[in-house]
Ligand binder design. Structure first.
Ligand code: DMJ
Length: 577
């Protein structure tokens, strides 16, 4: 009676296992096969999903929560101290598209000589430009020490962030360094591009972002330096991006895996952004023109031609389009901000790039600007600031304006230079004033990401900033437009405004140990909530436009000879369609 456990009980587990196996064997063969297939498919899906979800996206990554004390300790200018950065050692695998690039270059070497930019001797000529070059060096110091070869610097945590893993900041900054005359920095970066940059990686990248930052950056650097290595790399990345165009409509998918060439719609939905599909044409066309291989231009320009045929409201386009069906999403917001902005910019700039010979590009642009004036432009109260709002669901007016919209002044004045009506010039001036006020009216002298405008009589301030919109990402659009406005008018007011903004960036976004950071709240100078990220466009665009704005050399880079892509990478104007 004292022994309560019998031998069969001790052997319970193996007995059960054996019976399960027996039961499995007793199942019909066909059923076993089906079950095995189901297990295999589930396993495969889990692995696949994990590989997609593990791709880092900056927008969904939470920024670290830093205390004000930490911020004060870090956001104070300090002496620069160079140190040798460690360079990741990765051997690039054999890559077919690189070889293809070299072949094309051999074949079209004569054509390559034609479009070299004539740039006067690079380097700062006054104290304002010197200050901008110092800012660039400070940003570069942080990137070089803590993020070398990675996409973005995280200046406060002294680390890096990889969005695509292809050295976005380094590539975006190449032509800025060239223009600023930073020869040593440029040379070091050039070696990284030549020896370490590898596009044959198992990563999903955004087609548009990679085109404007990487393809655009490599092409402009090639034009400036005439170093064919940059063109080889441009051909290489373009070939990796081309699968995006393989859709039923020819409108590209938003993402592609660089290694497999698998192109697909974004993870968050089935549609591509209209701005994204319509803002790759300058880059792909330039590549075709320098290599003599028409396939890039043909694929990209097909998209513009196709969009041209679709119905629009007074020339205005919705934010989304389905790449397979080729339809705009109905009841979509009409805006000059995120997801539509650069469609308008590239209508004008493509017309300029092709020698102003393709008249429907100009007509679509003019119709769209008319549509903006009719449907989106309003004045705030009480100061009558002119702004560009949105039509929600294509119908309901919202007095909301993204900082992104501030590119429009520059585009309008560029168009005016090429013969657009004076109403365009007037709107450019008025909107420039409003964009400046988005900076000047905050306690930090920095603009929020989004502003709402008061349209009611009876006091209050013109510009309303909501908590969710109070961040500043070091974006370039206002500085970009200030440069265009100054370039064409030589009105010193625009330089004064630029200097005020530059000083605010220095004061509130500079990180002591190197780099500049995006911030979470422009309304509170005591605690701007640093977000610990320096976007590549701060070096590619914002600091470049500051440098050009403060240039005393009339036409350091001539807008009669070149056109800037939307990431501030200058490309040549071709006098033929
Ligand atoms: C840049 O990548 C480009 O200027 C693009 O057109 C808009 N977004 C960022 C800068 O704000």
């Amino acid at each position: 009676m004292s022994v309560s456990i019998s031998i069969p009980e001790l052997l319970q587990t193996p007995v059960k296992r054996r019976s399960l196996w027996r039961e499995w064997n007793q199942l019909p063969r066909f059923l076993r096969l089906v079950l095995l297939l189901m297990f295999a498919m589930t396993g495969f899906s889990v692995v696949y999903l994990y590989s997609i979800l593990s791709a880092e996206l900056p927008s969904v990554k939470k920024s670290r929560d830093f205390t004000q004390k930490h911020f004060e300790q870090n956001i104070i200018p300090t002496e620069r101290k160079e140190s040798v950065a460690e360079v990741q050692q990765i051997e690039p695998p054999h890559n077919k598209s690189k070889e293809e690039g070299k072949d094309l270059l051999k074949k079209f070497s004569i054509r390559n000589e034609i479009k070299r930019f004539e740039i006067e001797e690079a380097g700062p000529t006054n104290q304002y430009q010197e200050a901008v070059v110092e800012a660039f060096k400070h940003a570069w110091k942080g990137y070089r020490e803590y993020a070398w070869g990675h996409d973005h610097l995280k200046p406060i945590s002294k680390s890096f962030h990889n969005w695509f893993g292809i050295g976005l900041t380094l590539i975006d900054a190449l032509d800025t360094m060239y223009i600023m005359g930073l020869k040593e920095e440029f040379q070091e970066a050039r070696e990284w591009v030549a020896n370490k940059l590898d596009f044959n990686i198992n990563k999903d990248v955004n087609f548009f972002e990679t085109t404007i930052r990487v393809l655009g950056g490599l092409l402009s650097t090639y034009h400036l330096s005439q170093d064919k290595m940059f063109l080889e790399k441009a051909v290489d990345i373009a070939n990796h991006l081309m699968p995006c165009f393989k859709t039923r409509s020819g409108v590209p998918y938003s993402d592609v895996n660089l290694k497999t060439g698998f192109a697909h719609a974004p993870l968050w939905g089935s549609d591509s952004s209209v701005s994204e599909v319509s803002t790759v044409q300058l880059e792909f066309r330039d590549l075709s023109r320098v290599t003599g291989s028409p396939k890039y231009e043909e694929a990209a320009f097909h998209v513009s031609k196709y969009l041209h045929t679709l119905p629009k409201k007074d020339g205005l386009v919705p934010m989304f389009i389905n790449a397979d069906k080729g339809h705009f999403r109905t009841h979509s917001t009409l805006t000059l901000g995120a997801r539509a902005d650069t469609y308008y910019e590239y209508l004008l700039k493509q017309w300029i790039q092709t020698g102003r010979n393709i008249s429907w590009l100009k007509e679509d642009y003019m119709e769209a600007v008319e549509g903006v004036m009719k449907n989106l432009v309003r004045k705030s109260q009480p100061k009558q600031l002119v702004f560009v709002g949105e039509l929600l669901s294509g119908r309901n007016y919202s007095p909301k304006m993204d900082h992104l919209v501030c590119f429009l002044s520059g585009t309008l004045i560029l168009g005016y230079h090429y013969g657009m009506p004076t109403s365009h010039q007037r709107l450019a001036e008025q909107l420039m004033e409003t964009c400046y006020q988005m900076y000047a009216s905050t306690a930090t002298f920095l603009s929020p990401e989004i502003a709402y405008f008061n349209m009611k009589d009876g006091g209050g301030s013109d510009i309303i900033i909501k908590s969710n919109d109070a961040h500043n990402l070091l974006r370039p659009e206002t500085v970009e437009s200030l440069w265009y406005m100054y370039y064409f008018t030589r009105n010193e007011t625009y330089r004064r405004w630029g200097w005020n903004i530059f000083q605010a960036f220095e004061r509130y976004t500079k990180v002591k140990t190197g780099g500049y950071t995006t911030i979470g709240d422009v309304r509170n100078p005591l605690f701007v909530r640093p977000r610990d990220l320096m976007e590549s466009f701060f070096l590619g665009e914002t600091l470049k436009y500051f440098y050009l704005l403060f240039s005393d050399k009339q036409e350091l880079l001539s807008l009669d000879k070149l056109v800037f892509n939307t990431e501030a990478h200058p490309l040549p104007i071709y006098n033929n369609r």
